[in-house]
Design a protein around this ligand. Sequence first.
Ligand SMILES: [Zn+2]
Length: 138
Amino acid sequence: MSKNFSDAELEAYLDEMLPVGAMSQLEAVLREDPDTLHRLAELAARRDAGVHTLGSIWRRHRVSCPNRETLGSYLLGVLPDEEAEYLEFHLQTIGCRYCQANLADLQQRQQESNDSRTARRQRYFQSSAGYLGMAEGR
Ligand SMILES: [Zn+2]
């Protein structure tokens, strides 16, 4: 049952950037697997020594975080496959909480604007129906 965690995932754990599910999975592995624990300890020691891996720099500066337009296109399903795949990797595998929060926010806004569009359409329909009714009554 023990899953192999990559260095990137262990780094994410140290940064507290691992999704909750993966985090408890990793903690279970750490209790049973001295090798993984050893690797984690080594990574932590390397970081304390001021050596930064690409991964930690990447996360610290959010170099590869997509912008809101990209996230918006992703939500609308109009992003090219390659970019969508990268985004899913970024959101799910890396578990970037910053982008997850951003995406959730965008999702909510899109939902709200859909709701208000529907409301507008209904108002428009009602007023045209009213207008037509009046016209017919003449
Ligand atoms: Zn991100």
